[in-house]
Design a protein. Structure first.
Length: 92
């Protein structure tokens, strides 16, 4: 449980001031989400985009520092390619 809270907090922090690399990966993740059957276009009250599966707001979820943070593993392929290309294993 603590790990999930930590991931959420880090996502919000990263989203508030992302690096160029973090923005690139977030955009790639977001592009996958928009075409996904679990994409929630707008929450009833806040109007924010969200994942119907995990209920996370997409504007923060895409900045998760965790690799394979998508509950359906839809981000894994681009993350593997991204980290191979960038020759790194961390988002931070």
């Amino acid at each position: 449980m603590f790990d999930k809270i930590k991931e959420i907090a880090q996502s919000w922090i990263i989203a508030s001031n992302p690096t160029v690399r973090q923005k690139e990966l977030a955009q790639q993740r977001y592009n996958i989400c928009v075409g996904c059957k679990y994409y929630g276009e707008a929450r009833p009250i806040t109007g924010e985009e969200y994942c119907i599966d995990c209920l996370c707001p997409l504007d923060k979820k895409v900045f998760s520092p965790k690799i394979d943070a998508c509950p359906r593993h839809f981000w894994l392929q681009i993350e593997e390619e991204y980290f191979k290309e960038k020759n790194t294993k961390t988002l931070l």
